[in-house]
Design a protein around this ligand. Sequence first.
Ligand SMILES: Cc1cc2nc3c(=O)[nH]c(=O)nc-3n(C[C@H](O)[C@H](O)[C@H](O)COP(=O)(O)OP(=O)(O)OC[C@H]3O[C@@H](n4cnc5c(N)ncnc54)[C@H](O)[C@@H]3O)c2cc1C
Length: 262
Amino acid sequence: MDIIVCVKRVPDVAEAEVDIDSSGRGIQLGTLGYVINEWDNFAVEAAVSLVEAHGGKVTAVTVGGEDDEDVLRRALAMGADEALHLTDPVFEGSDSFGIAGILSQAVADIPYDLLLTGAVSGDVGGGRVGPMLAAMAGIPHVCLATELSVEGSTARVRHEVEGGLERVVELDLPALVTVQTGMNEPRYVSVLGIRKAGRKPLRTAGTAEIGLDPDTVGPAAVRVRIDEMFLPPRGEGAEILAGNDEDTVAALVDRLRQQGGI
Ligand SMILES: Cc1cc2nc3c(=O)[nH]c(=O)nc-3n(C[C@H](O)[C@H](O)[C@H](O)COP(=O)(O)OP(=O)(O)OC[C@H]3O[C@@H](n4cnc5c(N)ncnc54)[C@H](O)[C@@H]3O)c2cc1C
């Protein structure tokens, strides 16, 4: 079984204080570290585990600049067999539709049974690339998968739906699945592992190699323009409890009692 897994390198905003940059349309990246998008870590683990069980090949793919190659080296260290770095100056500033278009054009030349993406990315959080890619590739898809297994030419997926419900569905392969966090336990990646994975094949390709019209990507082709990005103003009813852990926990319990919460 051949699996393509799309991975994205993102600024690590989970624990950081995030500020808006001078353009007012993005975040200040200066001091932030970069990591594999959390959802993609689970997607790589799912791909590698399925191929370990069924045989086949995992190809990790990213769209990004020179530094984004790191995320492919990491996927290779986790067990992906080969990697494809889609990189071209004209890709910069693309929106999700542009990114999905680049990915769909590139994967059209690679045989696959399953296409995996993260459900969403930790920086922009659009959650749009997976479903758009499935539509462009003309294959069925399911979002927010929490379990994934394959039997013959069918994928069985447990996934989250509205209202806190979960559902189990079956899809004919080839299909695309967007992976939710918590699906599995992503394996540990050591520095040595990343170094050893340096021997695995990593190919780069731009518009010419994948046969993509450059006018369909980049800022000029954007369909969703970011007008403004801002930190939401603190709401009227919000209260930040100050002090050490003991004081804040006591104050929180107090508030909950006052409101009838406990
Ligand atoms: C300089 C710059 C300018 C931008 N301008 C715009 C703009 O004008 N309008 C706009 O809407 N957006 C803009 N963006 C945001 C950019 O389009 C998104 O980051 C990108 O499209 C991915 O969308 P997402 O993060 O919402 O992905 P999601 O849909 O949230 O990601 C889901 C999954 O898709 C896959 N995926 C996403 N991105 C990639 C990738 N690069 N490579 C491989 N797999 C991937 C991963 O598996 C990921 O888990 C800009 C970004 C940059 C850096």
